[in-house]
Design a protein around this ligand. Sequence first.
Ligand code: FE2
Length: 261
Amino acid sequence: MRVLAVGDVVGKTGRRMIAKWVPQLVDQEAIDLVVVNGENAAGGNGLTHEVLDELLSLKVDVLTSGNHIFDKREVFEFIDDVPVLLRPLNLPKGTPGHGYVVVSKASVPVAVINVAGRAFMPFQYDDPFHALDQVLATLKHEVPIIIVDFHAETTSEKMALAWYLEDRVSMLVGTHTHVQTADERIFPQGMAYISDLGMTGPRDSVIGVKAPSVIQKLRTQMPTRFETAVGVGQFGALLVDINDASGKAETIRRILKYEES
Ligand code: FE2
């Protein structure tokens, strides 16, 4: 199975990049499953139903998220009814939405799990290691291919989780920092890994936000209104081939594309 995982979609520019690259790559590269982190796809924060529909119409199969998933209030109206839209698994019991989904695309069923880190994150998430142990105990017997989006700030927490999971999952992709790392690799037990997929959004920005407002905030420490940047787009992703029988990754290719300016 060939999987494309795409990093954090930010605003209009990010959606334009999805429209430009995802359907084309799916056809050209014969991709079976597309997983996209969409937590900032609507205006730079959160997700609306309209934006969800737009992304799902562009050959996106599963949407993961993170700390911004509940930023737009309307998400509460539909998150329970859209199994392919994930929120972090390690939120308190009773939180709306789903932390993982099993999809049957192509030859074998695939589980996609979304989990959030704890280092320097704005919420006190439950232990992601423990949360994954519990879910994997069941899933491991049911599905041969398991993909994890680890939405976290630090490379060390991501790397630690990678070593913890490498013999149990097929692919672990980091998201949230919006800066792509060049450390893609296949771990000894066959798990494809990258610390961060990078942003799919406006290139000339501070991780998606107009630079002057971020500079002002850092210099003055005053509350500042952040505006989502526009302009030249970038597309950050990872393309991985996974053996259907063993669930192990066989090839890995990092993608970072810029829109023609
Ligand atoms: Fe995030």
